[in-house]
Design a protein around this ligand. Structure first.
Ligand SMILES: *Cc1c(COP(=O)(O)O)cnc(C)c1O
Length: 407
């Protein structure tokens, strides 16, 4: 019998990183602001902004730091409500609490996307910003979201931690809102262990974020304007904010930047293979009456490195748990978001959110039957067949028997 594929190991770091890492080790030049210009972190920012088609990028220590700095850069008053989907990672409401604002959770449907009716109802006059978390790379209706937010002048921050390479009407996710934030943590498309980056076209916002990320004194001068930009817009923005903002020191090191830069040429392949792998497994799962992979909204082209599906007709939590156990016995680890203890993606575990935490029955119901399986781009067809086969058999283990009794 084939062995269960290891879905947790990352891909090796490309060979091309080694010479640069060796140089950094030899010179000890690890701090982004030591070199007078062209430090690896600065080069990464320019390359990443160009790759996404944004004017500015700021590399930081994590996507959480990027989200926090985005909120701080917007200058929201303490206690300002910030909308987020109720299906996201605990780091997202945490970044809002960190910025002294108040997370307000919006219902998410069984297709893992924001419930637009609840979103419209909760987008009240006092809301200062919206963070759209493209959770597990699933894109909500960005047309409707941008129309509502633009009409009210509410800035949108895209949490694209898991969406590098995803497009919406052909436009790169992360460039639709005022700011886009990405992660380089090991379970994302680019892996440097830890790291994050924000992109924006807003010179004032990026200047504020750069200073607060830890560009003390005149280190901001080492941040490059876009090629051919002679407007001096960035420098004027830096001059406006000099000495007026706290320094949170959330910088990225040159070593991490070298590791990230070596993977930029890999992005297109990882996106293509991840999408093909996902669609291959999704087609097999959708052939089962017990498993359902919700379709993307039509404008979305995905870049997945995992697959989510719903258990259909599983009437009790015990049945859903039995499915996860049967899949584990067949070598595939399934996480049912709402059923594992202390899951960081289950909103009822975000007890650090101050004030009332109203229930969100729609999201809760989804989380109790939504399954998560990692599906990294490097998997081979036999690996994918093994995973799909184990999931289909596990569903049959639990539901097939019942069906036999029922007939
Ligand atoms: C991973 C992730 C984060 C947090 O990223 P870090 O770089 O670990 O801070 C935030 N949001 C989503 C949707 C994520 O998947």
């Amino acid at each position: 019998m084939a062995l269960a594929p290891n879905v947790y190991d990352a891909e090796p770091i490309p060979e091309s990183a080694r010479a640069e890492i060796e140089r950094l080790l030899q010179t000890g030049d690890l701090f982004r602001y030591t070199a007078p210009e062209d430090a690896p972190v600065s080069l990464l920012e320019r390359e990443f902004a160009d790759m996404l088609g944004a004017k500015y990028a700021l590399a930081v220590s994590s996507c959480s730091a990027a989200l926090f700095l985005s909120l701080e850069a917007l200058g929201l008053a303490p206690g300002t409500p910030v909308l987020i989907p109720a299906f996201t990672f605990a780091a997202v409401p945490s970044s809002i609490v960190h910025a002294n604002c108040q997370p307000v959770l919006v219902e998410v449907g069984e297709d893992y996307r924001i419930d637009m009716k609840d979103f419209a109802a909760k987008l009240t006059e006092d809301v200062g910003a919206v963070i759209i978390s493209h959770m597990r790379g699933h894109t909500s209706d960005m047309d409707a979201i941008m129309a509502l937010c633009d009409a009210k002048g509410v800035p949108v921050i895209e949490d694209a931690a898991h969406s590098l390479g995803t497009t919406w009407h052909g436009r790169k996710v992360g460039t639709i809102g005022r700011v886009g934030c990405f992660s380089f943590q090991s379970y994302k498309l680019i892996n440097s262990g830890e790291g994050g980056i924000l992109i924006t076209d807003d010179a004032d916002l990026v200047a504020r974020a750069v200073i607060m990320s830890g560009a003390y004194e005149h280190n901001w001068a080492k941040h490059k304007a876009p090629a051919g930009d002679n407007t001096g817009e960035m420098d004027r923005a830096f001059a406006r904010w000099q000495n007026k903002l706290p320094l949170y020191n959330l910088r990225l090191s040159n070593l991490s930047a070298a590791i990230i830069r070596s993977q930029l040429p890999e992005v297109a392949r990882r996106v293509r293979d991840g999408r093909a792998n996902h669609d291959y497994v999704a087609a097999q799962l959708n052939a089962s009456p017990w498993l359902s992979v919700p379709p993307a909204l039509p404008p979305e082209e995905r870049a997945p490195d995992s697959i989510q599906f719903n258990l259909m007709g599983f009437v009790s939590d015990a049945e859903a748990r039995a499915f996860a156990e049967a899949a584990a016995a067949r070598g595939v680890k399934v996480q049912v978001f709402g059923l594992s203890t202390d899951n960081a993606r289950a909103f009822w575990n975000w007890q650090f959110i101050p004030g009332d935490r109203p229930d969100l029955p729609r999201t809760r119901e989804m989380l109790m039957r939504a399954c998560d399986v990692r599906l990294p781009a490097r998997l081979t067809t036999p690996d994918l067949d093994f995973i799909a086969g184990a999931l289909l058999s596990a569903a049959e283990d639990i539901k097939g028997e019942l069906r036999a009794y029922g007939t």
